[in-house]
Design a protein around this ligand. Structure first.
Ligand SMILES: [Zn+2]
Length: 266
């Protein structure tokens, strides 16, 4: 997977500039509203050096993390290999479902696993299979929230999520179609690692814009892709975790708290 231009720059001050920019925005936002944030890491299932490094960072700052697990990639053995992290971060980590096979089914346009190319029945089959597989492997560690690969899915998929008992869907901010009544919409605002800008400076500006929008929202979602991280990306993540952990008044939560605040579906 490709590393964003943000983390391939030779400007030694760029990451510090981002940290200072985020700090300014946090302080400005704090004057207007309460700040609540969650972090979400995608494409989880395969243990790796980067996975362990990411988990260790969240554990050391005691900051919660939502982990989006690809059902077809997860096995009892891989789940067992994550046992130590699960034990140390029992209250921190929120494991949930990320697609089924993480496969594109669209012939044209943007990639989607659960897009308009699929029939409602095919969507239902994959969702049920994925849910059963993760429930069998992860048991009660699984939270009933769904993150579609590439952050988009069809209306049929949203209806089927509701039907199969998911409490919420998490996509990019402003995603359409809107989630139906009874399925909570928990968007992410900030994309740390899969940015497409060719220049680091442009990426910095866009990233800070995303933080500004996110921090002004009731809940700011920050998305990670550990497989696209290099040392620079880990350094920025550490800056951010350090920054957020320094503000006790900022609430750091997971989907668990967000769906329980909402209460049972009407
Ligand atoms: Zn993904």
């Amino acid at each position: 997977m490709k590393i964003s231009s943000l983390y391939r720059t030779h400007d030694p001050n760029l990451l510090q500039k981002i940290r200072d920019g985020v700090r300014e925005q946090v302080q400005a936002a704090m004057a207007d509203n309460e700040i609540t944030v969650f972090f979400r890491a995608d494409d989880i299932a395969v243990p790796s050096k980067n996975f362990s490094k990411m988990m260790d960072l969240f554990l050391s700052y005691r900051i919660p993390l939502c982990l989006a697990v690809v059902p077809a990639w997860m096995t009892p053995k891989r789940w067992e290999a994550m046992a130590e992290f699960r034990k140390k971060g029992k209250d921190l980590f929120c494991w949930h479902m990320h697609g089924y096979r993480h496969m594109n089914h669209e012939r044209a346009g943007k990639k989607q696993e659960f897009g308009p190319a699929r029939t409602p029945q095919a969507v239902l089959n994959d969702l049920t299979r994925g849910q059963k597989r993760l429930q069998a492997i992860m048991g009660k560690d699984l939270t009933q929230v769904f993150t579609p690969p590439w952050n988009r899915c069809s209306m049929d998929a949203l209806m089927m999520l509701k039907k199969t008992g998911f409490a919420a869907v998490s996509r990019s901010r402003g995603s359409l179609p809107a989630a139906p009544e009874g399925l909570q919409d928990i968007p992410v605002h900030v994309d740390l690692h899969t940015r497409k800008e060719t220049s680091a400076e442009e990426a910095r500006q866009k990233l800070l814009e995303e933080f500004r929008t996110g921090l002004a929202s009731p809940v700011c979602g920050i998305m990670l892709h550990h497989m696209c991280m290099n040392n620079q990306a880990f350094l920025l993540l550490e800056y951010l975790l350090e920054l957020f952990s320094g503000y006790g008044q900022i609430q750091k939560i997971t989907y668990r708290e967000l769906i329980s605040q909402q209460g049972p579906n009407p």
